[in-house]
Every structure is written in C-alpha cells, then in structure tokens.
Write a protein that binds this ligand. Sequence first.
Ligand code: NAD
Length: 482
Amino acid sequence: MAEKYQLFIDGKWRDAGDGATMPAINPYNQEVWAHVPVATAGDVEDAVAAARRAFDTAWSKTSPGERAKLLNKVADMLDADADRMALLETTDNGKVIRETQNQMGYAARIFRYYAAWADKMHGDVVPLDQKDTLDLAIREPYGVVACVTAWNSPVAILTNTLPAALAAGNCVILKPSEHASVTTLEVAKMCDKAGFPAGVVQVVTGAGETGAALTGSKGIDKISFTGSPAVGRMISAAAGANLKPVTMELGGKSPNIVFDDADFDRALIGALAGIFGATGQTCIAGSRLLVQRGVYDRMVEGLAGRAAQIKMGDPRDKETEMGTAANEPQFNKILSFIEAAKGDGARLVAGGKRADGPGLENGYFIEPTIFADVRNDMKVAAEEIFGPVLSIIPFDTEEEAIAIANDTPYGLTNYVQTQDPARANRMARVLRSGMVEMNGQGRAAGSPFGGMKQSGNGREGGIFGIEDFLEIKAVSGWTPDA
Ligand code: NAD
C-alpha cells in the first residue's frame, strides 16, 4: 500500500487545505509508491505565519547551545536511520543505494558541523571614532527563511541549507521538489521528534505553484533556492518585487580539464565518476571533458570501453553502478539532447539511447553516453543536460583550455587534472567558477559551495554558509560611564 504523507505546519501533520495530493513515482518501475500533499496558497501562508510566531515567541529566545543540542539530535537520528532513509530516497529518485547511503552519512556530518557553529558566530568591536562610545557589529538571524529545493539529492541539498539556517537562529520553511518530496518530510519528522518548537521547521510540498506562493510571500525574510536557472530567474524577480535577499544554487556545465601531464588512469576514473555518478544528475557533473591532444585518442577509447561496462539495474541493489533518470520529464529531456548531439555531428563513441535488457524494461534507464570531437558551441556542450551524457572536446594549449572552459554562462565548478603544481596554481586563479577541484581530491565539510555567473550567488558550506543566513546589525553610541 502506498503511504500517504502530510504537510508539517506549526508542529502538526495535516492534509492540504483542499485535500489535493500528487503521486510519488518510483522511476525504476514507474509504480506509485506514496502520495504527497499539494499545499495550497492558504497552507503556505499558515506556515509563514506560524514561522513568524515561532521566531518571535520561541526560537529567537532559544540559546545557541540549545539550538546545537537539537541539531545534534537530528544528526544522531540520521545516522541511526540512514539505511531506511537511503532506501526511501533511492525509491523516490532512482539514485543508486551506494550513493544515497553515503549522502545520509554526509547529512549527519553536516548537521553536527553546523551544531558546532551555533555558539561561535561572534560579532565585532569596531575601532572608535569618538571617545566614550562603543561601536559593535552584531549578527542576527533573518527570521523566516524559505528553502526551495531540487529533486536530484533532496537530503544532501537540504543539508546544505537547513542546519546552517537553524544554527544561525532562523525558522525554516522547506519546499522540496514535486519529483522527490518524501525524504524532506522524513527529516521534518526527525526535527519534530528532536523537540524543535512548533513552527521552527516546516514542510510545504507541491509543485511550482506552491513554491511561487512561498517565495512570493511578503512574510518571509530570506530565500534559499536550489534548482534551475530558469526558475531561479522567476524567484529572483519575485524576491526583487518584495526586496527579499536570495541565495541561488543553480545549474552547471562544468569542465573537467585533463592535461597531458595528468595521472592518466586516475583522470580516466575521475572522468567516468564525474559524469556517470548520480546518472549525471548533479549540478557539479563534469559534463564537458577537455582533453589535451597528447592523450586525447587514448582517453576517448578508454572512456568508451569503460562506459559500456557500467552496470545498470535496480538502484536498490548495492551492485548497481548507475541508476535511472529520476523522472519521466528528465528522461525525455536527456534523450532529446542525445538526438541533438547526433544531429549536430558530434561523434558518438558510447551509448546513445534508452537502455534495455533484463531488469531495465520499466525504468527510465539511459545508456552511459559519450560524444567525442564535440565543439563547445554545440547544444550538447553549451547547455546543462543533467544526465549521463559526456561531451569530449580536444585542446592543444593551456590558453585554449582556459578559453573553452570559461566560454559558458555557467560557473559552478572546474576540475583540473595535472601533475604540474605551477600549472595547477595558474588554473585555479583564472577559471571563472565558484569552485575548482584539482586531481579529484574532493572538498571538506567546511569548504564554500556555490557558483559564479549563472550558476548562482551566495555560498553554502562552512562558515560562509552560516554567514549567509545572518544579518549584521550596528550597535553604537553606548557610553560606559553614563
Ligand atoms: P527546477 O528549477 O525545475 O525546480 C526546483 C524547485 O523549484 C522545485 O522545488 C520546484 O517545484 C520549484 N519551482 C518551480 N517553479 C517555481 C516557481 N515559479 N517559484 C518557486 N519555486 C518553483 O529544478 P529541478 O529540475 O528540480 O533541478 C534541476 C536543477 O537544479 C539543475 O539545473 C541543477 O543543476 C540544479 N541544482 C543545483 C544545485 C546546486 O547546488 N548548485 C544542486 C542540485 C541541483
């Protein structure tokens, strides 16, 4: 029996005002496995009002130490419940279980990370201009934060915002994607159980209309959005009309630049993981592989051979290496990009169509697909696909690689594979992206995460992420002798 979920508003679980629901569909077998409410504008306004009440009467009076305790309790629950949570997320969006399990561990780690920041956000004493006065710069939470998120990694995405916003002292209203809402509601259950006061953490589920009602509300103080640039523009416009600050985590078309002097085997594995991990449905996918001529043919051949061996199947099976497209619209979108690349004359060297075979019949499976000899202005290289489609682009010189890498409206991340430290240093400085990752080392929990250009603004992660949820207030003119 498909489970029926409810909204979480003002500490209570309830149906949508008009009783409307939407189906949660398992992309592996297209079965409806849960029902999720579609919040009305009235439900959203109830949540906004409850958040304001909670902020004024309870949360703003809660000590940072107490906030930290609550966040740590959620972290413990995420750890204890990691297997079930991973299974739910895999059922909802087809991401393989080995990835969702890692992400639950990451979520617990980040809740603890921000719990530790809660009582450390000091202000400043400003150097005096006048005698007998004291000038302070103190930090305060915004109040009510709206977090609208995408479907590809719901828990990991909310983990990049929710604990930081709460540690900073804000109340948070979450609006997960209509394509994968369940695990966000499950995290709200944990917050409820941990003892967060009513109205501090709330979830309104639904599609774009629910998101628009939330981000267009005059009662919120700050918006955090993770999703596409197209929707980011709409939310920025709504935020602009109400003069609300926004943090945007948007799309990417990230270059992975492999120089002749790279550790070849490592670069090859990294390139595969960078585009076929998460079925390519990650904002930081290394979807444009720029390869220097000296290793170009060998790299194309090596990648094509390995891509054909990637094991697809039930995403809940630990042996499965690549899962499905997360939903039907995304599945169709990916296939249309593959057709466009063929039409533009890119050389198909692996995959190139819907995957079939035993166990794949009812799922939104797409073959790991690689195009070689791609030009940067072809649609397949210019636009974000958000799927398992790699574009390989050859280059001769470092200058050419930089020009191609930066020739994109996006600026989320760049990956660089080189064993030359001077080159690594040069590249880190000239690449126009919020993040640059050298030789596949990954990032620490404290690293800033976010993009330049149309990949977004503001930063999540580390101290930068919690600062993003705090305002600065000047307090001056106090006379100690008075
Ligand atoms: P999307 O923009 O279609 O939807 C994101 C969210 O916005 C959903 O919850 C949706 O219901 C909501 N929404 C839709 N219309 C709205 C409106 N008018 N007002 C308010 N909310 C509205 O994105 P998606 O398809 O869910 O996710 C894929 C995109 O997300 C990709 O571009 C990907 O790169 C990006 N993404 C970015 C990051 C990052 O951290 N930079 C992480 C994950 C995904």
